[in-house]
Design a protein around this ligand. Sequence first.
Ligand code: 1Q0
Length: 213
Amino acid sequence: MAAPAAFSLREVLSAFEACVTEQREVLLGPYLCGWRGLIRFLHSLGAVFSFISKDAEAKVQLMEGLCCGEHRERYVSLQSMVRYELDSGLVELHRRSGRPDSGCRTVLRLHRALRWLQLFLEGLRTGGEHSRTSAICTDSYNASLAAFHPWVIRKAATMAFCALPSRDAFLRTMNVGSAEDAVAVLGEALPHISDVYSITQELFAQHRLLDLP
Ligand code: 1Q0
């Protein structure tokens, strides 16, 4: 069996860059590719993070299933997915009732995590040489995803963050050269992640989908 390909920051970032079309639609194919890459990276950080990668993996898998399922032409972009799922009554707006999870509620979870990623990468990029990855990660988490997680998950997540390597070691695991090179790549790439985030945020807000159970 071939060894899994090493994580490359560039690959993940170019996936997020490829998401946004000229019409400002967000394409699901590259979106999920970007997530696949992030999950691969999370694996390389060790078993402490596996409860996080498992959840992300399950959500990405569910979305991939929809993207190659019976209604795949509806799952080309986030915009077409929202239109289709709302029109067909597939989105549970108030309570989960045991029906299969919708694409909308699943993407919403990834979307909230993307906000964390945006803050975290910005923190890494602008942090000093000696800043601690775990502190940057905790601050980004508290300012974003934590609001949506119950106490026990917040506790487990903050404990796992303590296992993160130093900023320089962390930047080097991104496989784009020195820490300075990684910082430069982050600088180029962050606007694309922010773009994907804000288009999605606007789309979900417009359809009142930001609180899906
Ligand atoms: C670098 C350290 C990684 C830290 C990840 C921070 C996020 C912590 C999230 C903790 C999630 C705990 C597991 C379960 C959560 C679910 O309850 C929750 C809600 O779902 P549901 O179905 O119960 O309503 N799920 C989520 O909120 C989704 C969480 C997805 C987290 C995905 C994190 C992916 C991280 C990748 C590492 C990227 C590191 C940067 C690399 C740079 C590359 C550009």
